[in-house]
Write a protein that binds this ligand. Structure first.
Ligand code: HEM
Length: 217
């Protein structure tokens, strides 16, 4: 359908860029450079940039994981046409998150990054999530999917591990109020639970069909 490719997809793509655009305008403003609009990132722009990119990484991971249940619920394949885009946006926002952390928070010092990876477990977990997302991004093309066959499906199941690491990373850094990471954890449990339930159902169906065949033979 040309409408999906040429109208809906570009609209969704531009909508996904809004948080990054907002941050870019705020950063220009904070740096005192000529800016468009009046976007302010408050007293601590680096922290706002870091947190916004982290949040959107997690949001895009969750949105990506929602596509298959939505396909099943609505019986429409349309959702799957957006899955790759959302997954790549998760990679895009985690790359920004990491860049802001390394260049602005740690002033580009790789030794400070290493110290943090070793000393702060939530950074270790976040780093693992970022490293695992890279092979998924690299193999997200239709060509890689064809070349890898079944292995592609197995590799892309890593998205569940990455989402768990992301929620864990978030949970581990909050000091008192765990309501927001808890909300993400509940959403992720539902999504994982749905997948497990579906897998059990299809295994039961296959066994029943096999049993019926051997019984009839
Ligand atoms: C899949 C990977 C990742 C996800 C999903 C993720 C997500 C998040 C989220 C949701 C937050 C909290 C935002 C808020 O409080 O509003 C956050 C904060 C943060 N993340 Fe990540 N992150 C990831 C990877 C990383 C990596 C690779 C690093 C650095 C090496 C990192 C460093 C930080 C730091 C320093 C904070 C702020 C902590 C604070 O202010 O106390 N994250 N991240």
């Amino acid at each position: 359908m040309w409408q999906v490719r040429w109208v809906l997809k570009p609209i969704v793509f531009l909508a996904c860029l809004i948080p990054a655009l907002h941050l870019a305008l705020g950063a220009l403003n904070a740096a005192g450079l000529p800016h468009v609009g009046n976007v302010s990132l408050g007293a601590d722009p680096v922290k706002v940039m870091l947190h916004t990119c982290g949040r959107w990484t997690l949001n895009f991971l969750m949105i990506t994981l929602c596509m298959t249940p939505l396909r099943d619920l609505t019986r429409s394949l349309l959702w799957l046409r957006f899955r790759r885009m959302f997954g790549l946006f998760a990679l895009f926002y985690v790359s920004l998150h990491f860049t802001v952390y390394l260049l602005l928070d740690q002033s580009g010092r790789l030794d400070a990054l290493w110290q943090d990876i070793v000393k702060r477990p939530y950074i270790t977990i976040g780093m693992l999530g970022l490293l695992l997302l890279i092979p998924l991004g690299v193999t997200s093309t239709a060509r890689a999917q064809r070349r890898l066959g079944r292995r592609w499906i197995q590799l892309h199941r890593l998205i569940y591990v990455i989402a768990i690491l992301g929620v864990w990373h978030f949970w581990w850094q909050v000091k008192k109020d765990i309501r927001e990471p808890l909300l993400y954890a509940c959403g992720l449990t539902l999504l994982l639970g749905y997948r497990l339930w579906k897998q059990r159902n299809s295994t039961a169906r296959v066994s029943a069909a096999r049993f019926a065949r051997t019984d009839g033979a």
